[in-house]
Design a protein around this ligand. Sequence first.
Ligand code: DQA
Length: 139
Amino acid sequence: MKKFQIINGPNLNLLGKREPTVYGNTSFEDYLEVLRNQYPSCKIDYYQSNVEGELIDKIHEAGFSYDGIILNAGAYTHTSVALHDAIKAIASPVVEVHISNVHTREEFRHHSMISAACKGVIAGFGLKSYELALLALIN
Ligand code: DQA
């Protein structure tokens, strides 16, 4: 069975409550249940932290045994050299994911510090972005 690690960064624990016009009304836990039911042949693990160092620790932990990592680094996307280096340091492919289309939003969201270290980027498809990333990794 292929196994994938989803990692969500800061403020994504508030999905469903946080800026619903941007991020929707569904909690990540509810979406995850749907996703797991849709892909019963995959093991999908989930981790969320608001702390940059904890995200790095999880990338290190998953990065040598999982078939892929789906990473929504939240605002750290735009600031973190340390996350870029962590992604470069591991063996598993990482897909960068964003719920919103960051390129239609404020200018400070247009640049990602992590894209160049990732296998690919998916942004703007709501929570479906995670499924698209999973499909990319499965294939
Ligand atoms: C986000 C976009 C980021 O700019 C923002 O800081 C987030 C969420 C997204 O999923 O659209 O926290 O990564």
